[in-house]
Ligand binder design. Structure first.
Ligand code: 5GP
Ligand code: ZN
Length: 115
C-alpha cells in the first residue's frame, strides 16, 4: 500500500467510495466523474502502477480481475447490451491515477476510435 496513492487509500477505506463489488483480490467502485450512465472502476487491492508494470506473477490476478469484470457487468445489468472496458496506461494513454484500474463504461452507445 502506498499512502500517497489515491486508489490505495480507497482500498483502505480512508477515502469513501461507492463500492459495487469486492473480494480478497479486487474492489470495484463508481467513478466520481462518470463518462457514461454507468462508470465503474475495477482495481487490484495490491498496488500495481499500470499495465506497463505487470509481472508474470500478476497473470492470475489479472485473469481474476477480467472475470470479475464479467461478473460486475452481469450484476449491473449491462452484460447483454454491451459495455466498454478500458485500461489507460501512462501519459499518452491518458492515465491520471497511478494505480492500475479497469474502466467499465455502459448505458450509452460507445464510438470508435476513442479520443
Ligand atoms: P484514468 O484517467 O487514470 O484512466 O482514470 C482515473 C479515473 O479515476 C477517472 O475516471 C476519475 O474520474 C476517477 N477518479 C479520480 N479520483 C477519484 C476519486 O476520488 N473517487 C472515485 N470514485 N473516482 C475517482
Ligand atoms: Zn495504489
Amino acid at each position: 500500500m502506498s499512502s500517497q496513492c489515491l486508489f490505495c487509500r480507497i482500498v483502505a477505506g480512508e477515502i469513501p467510495s461507492t463500492r459495487v463489488y469486492e473480494d480478497d483480490q479486487v474492489i470495484a467502485f463508481r467513478d466520481i466523474s462518470p463518462a457514461a450512465p454507468q462508470h465503474i472502476l475495477l482495481i487490484p487491492r495490491r498496488h500495481i502502477q499500470s499495465v506497463a508494470a505487470l509481472e508474470v506473477e500478476d497473470a492470475a490476478l489479472m485473469g481474476h480481475l477480467m472475470l470479475q469484470a464479467r461478473h460486475i457487468a452481469e450484476q449491473e445489468g449491462f452484460a447483454d447490451t454491451g459495455f466498454r472496458s478500458v485500461l489507460n496506461t501512462g501519459d499518452e494513454g491518458g492515465q491520471t491515477v497511478g494505480h492500475l484500474h479497469l474502466h467499465l463504461l455502459a448505458g450509452r452507445q460507445m464510438h470508435w476510435p476513442p479520443g
